[in-house]
Design a protein around this ligand. Structure first.
Ligand code: NDP
Length: 309
């Protein structure tokens, strides 16, 4: 029996080796060269072409190669009643925490101003602001949001979170639901988006949300490009309400070379690299999920299709 691998972003060789090192019995077929559809028990996917998961009579698991599953739900011809699992991986989470802490600290210590002065050969002391002036709001407090929040709390930041369902988390002020969204925005000097992309979260970072943020607030989006209305962000920065943004994800990826974000002095652009799945770290979860579905149990990190994450 086999796993079907469909991804242009991940290395099939690395995945095949990582899976074989854990279970040499697992067959490995790479789309579109797969030859034995009846052998396929699990599909390991990242942005698979619509319809590619049809015609697999023994498919028991659709496993995302990343933490998000929005790419799976984009397929209008997804097979029905096959469990979908997302990756929760300590290495991926660690990379995400590292990246977001980098962005928060760069903003908090005003690395942009320091670097600007350096380029002018200007010995300008830009004094650190009190940490109380950098209140952090995190949209989405799941695996990655929580780990990020904990690290920022440990650094001394005042952190608030926003979730769909109510949570109580130690040192973090928790908000949920539509009313909670406004309350969180009003108190966020640095806003971090770590939401899954769903019908309810698409376009949340828009002109109204930006206007609700305090003057001079800073936006960090590491979730998905479609959470953010790009023109609204540009307008809010260019009219002086927001001080800038740090973006890893975009509506169109790769970001077109003529896109205004590239050269904007107040926007940091990185090419969707905040957290990259490492096969050697994540493969054990895939093997474990395969074992679970083979005995009729739900996989770990099962996605609820009714909420989209
Ligand atoms: P989780 O599923 O663990 O957490 C999702 C969080 O979002 C939960 O707290 C959930 O609330 C909240 N949420 C979902 N819908 C809503 C809503 N409508 N209103 C308010 N809150 C909501 O996800 P992860 O932390 O593992 O990952 C988050 C996202 O990060 C991924 O979906 C992916 O898009 C992105 N990502 C980006 C990467 C990059 O390289 N840029 C790499 C990895 C991930 P509740 O707790 O109530 O369920």
């Amino acid at each position: 029996m086999s796993i079907l691998f469909i991804s242009k972003a991940d290395s099939p060789t690395e995945w095949q080796q990582a899976l074989a090192s854990l279970d040499p019995e697992i067959g490995f077929q790479v789309w579109p060269d797969s030859r034995k559809p009846e052998d396929i028990e699990a599909a390991l996917v990242w942005k698979h072409p619509p319809g590619a998961l049809l015609g697999l009579p023994n498919l028991k698991l659709i496993q995302s190669l990343g933490a998000g599953v929005d790419h799976i739900f984009m397929d209008p011809r997804l097979p029905k009643n096959v469990p979908i699992a997302r990756l929760v991986d300590s290495e991926l989470t660690r990379q995400m925490v590292e990246y977001v802490v980098l962005a928060v600290l760069s903003r908090h210590r005003r690395l942009d101003l320091i670097r600007g002065a350096q380029l002018l050969r200007d010995w300008q002391v830009i004094p650190p602001v009190p940490i109380s002036c950098s209140r952090v709001g995190i949209l989405g407090f799941g695996e990655i949001g929580r780990a990020t929040g904990n690290s920022l709390v440990n650094l001394g930041f005042k952190v608030a979170s926003w979730t769909r369902t109510p949570h109580t988390v130690g040192a973090v002020t928790s908000y949920h639901g539509p009313e909670g969204f406004t309350s969180l925005l009003e108190k966020s000097d640095i806003l971090i988006c770590l939401l899954p992309l769903t019908a309810k979260t698409r376009g949340l970072l828009n002109a109204e949300a930006f206007a609700t943020l305090p003057t001079d607030a800073y936006v960090i989006n590491v979730a998905r490009g479609a959470h953010l209305i790009e023109q609204d962000l540009l307008a809010a920065i260019d009219n002086g309400h927001l001080s800038g943004a740090w973006l890893d994800v975009f509506d169109a990826e790769p970001l077109p070379s003529n896109h205004p974000f590239w050269a904007h002095p107040k926007i940091v652009v990185t090419p969707h690299l905040a957290g990259l799945t490492v096969a050697s770290s994540a493969a054990s979860q895939v093997v474990h999920n395969l074992q679970l579905v083979r005995i009729g149990k739900p996989p770990q990190n099962l996605v609820d299709p009714t909420v989209g994450y």
